[in-house]
Design a binder for this molecule. Structure first.
Ligand code: NAI
Length: 328
């Protein structure tokens, strides 16, 4: 089958190319949008990533071009209009799990760096400034950590935080898991917000979780709380968090995702003027660390993404995928 890969980077090719046969992959750097959809002409499969636009008009055009499968090479699918895909009879598959550890470990990396000011210490040492003023952290041992969404990544994250000796509070809409409940405390959000020193988001972006962290939620949190978002940018109302950072309500912010990241992340924009004033403000705080959607970016995760995506395409080629069953 001919596969058009959108938003592709050299590292995608590194893992997909050796395993692609008998399929042929055309690698394109641009995101899939209404403007670039024509690149898929002649392909039966499009392979897409987190910032590709799979809206109804784009899906309709893909269908008209003869595309028969949308193979997402990521876990999240909030950028896919699933009802439209279903109506068009266009199956969508994804990689539900590649390395929950990669994302969980990155979230912990953000916590450690923010707490112990490792980003600032690194810069000071390079300037031969060996002073410690302003670098004081806190022991993670004994602190209370809130986890929103105890799925695959949330659980990997919980295991690590329990290893630090933290108390873990969990909020999830799924049924209580007795095995997990013996090690953590399930709570409602109203109880979780004021109790936690650190809050880490591991739920998907849905209408129910859009701007979960807004001014109202922030007002209920501990003064100086640490917020970590490695899930999806839309979970956080960024201007509200900036207000919280300015007045000290938010003591630390670690982001791997940003609501308007599609125009920024995964590209080298170092010769351009950033047009997003909200994002630009975020980068001015000493107690904010932003990484560019790299939490998934480990060798193990990329190998698994290529392996599962190609297995999905093989299954489709063999007639085993007819509907939306792989999504969800
Ligand atoms: P999962 O599906 O295993 O777990 C999600 C959990 O969130 C489930 O337990 C679910 O019940 C819970 N949940 C759903 N709605 C909720 C709500 N309203 N409130 C509280 N909990 C809710 O997903 P997984 O694999 O753990 O991934 C979580 C998210 O991480 C993905 O949706 C994706 O957005 C993000 N992600 C980020 C990556 C990165 O590189 N930064 C890479 C991979 C995933």
């Amino acid at each position: 089958m001919l596969i058009t890969m959108f938003s592709s980077k050299p590292y995608d090719r590194l893992f997909f190319a050796p395993a692609a046969a008998p399929h042929e992959i055309l690698y394109f750097e641009p995101h899939l949008t209404e403007k670039t959809v024509g690149l898929a002409a002649g392909s039966e499969v499009v392979c897409c990533f987190v910032n590709d636009v799979l809206s109804e008009p784009v899906l309709r055009q893909l269908k008209e071009l003869g595309v028969r499968l949308v193979a997402m090479r990521c876990a999240g699918y909030n950028n896919v209009d699933l009802p439209a895909a279903k109506q068009l009879g266009l199956p969508v598959c994804r990689v539900p799990e590649y390395s929950p550890h990669a994302v969980a470990e990155h979230a912990v990396g953000l916590i450690l760096a923010l707490n112990r000011n490792i980003h600032r210490a690194h810069n000071r040492i390079r300037e031969h400034d060996y002073s410690l003023n302003g670098l004081m952290g806190f022991d993670l041992y004994g602190k209370t950590v809130g986890v929103i969404g105890a799925g695959r990544i949330g659980r990997a994250f919980i295991d690590i935080m329990l290893g630090f000796g933290c108390e873990v509070l969990v909020h999830d809409v799924d049924v209580v898991d007795p095995a997990l409940a013996s090690r953590v405390r399930y709570t409602a959000l109203a109880e979780l917000w004021p109790a936690c020193d650190i809050i880490s988001l591991h739920c998907p972006l849905t209408p129910a979780t859009h701007h979960l962290i807004d001014g109202e939620a922030l007002a209920q949190m501990k003064q100086g709380v640490m917020l970590i978002n490695t899930s999806r940018g839309g979970l956080v109302d960024t201007p509200a968090v900036i207000r919280g950072l300015k007045n000290g309500q938010v003591g630390y912010l670690g982001l791997d995702v940003y609501e308007e990241e599609a125009d920024l992340f995964f590209e080298d924009l170092s010769n351009q003027v950033v047009q997003d004033d909200v994002f630009a403000r975020l980068t001015t705080f000493p107690n904010v660390i932003v990484t560019g959607h790299q939490a998934f970016f480990t060798r193990e995760a990329l190998a698994k993404i290529a392996q599962v995506t190609l297995a999905n395409i093989n299954a489709f080629a063999a007639g085993a995928i007819h509907d939306m069953t792989l999504v969800g």
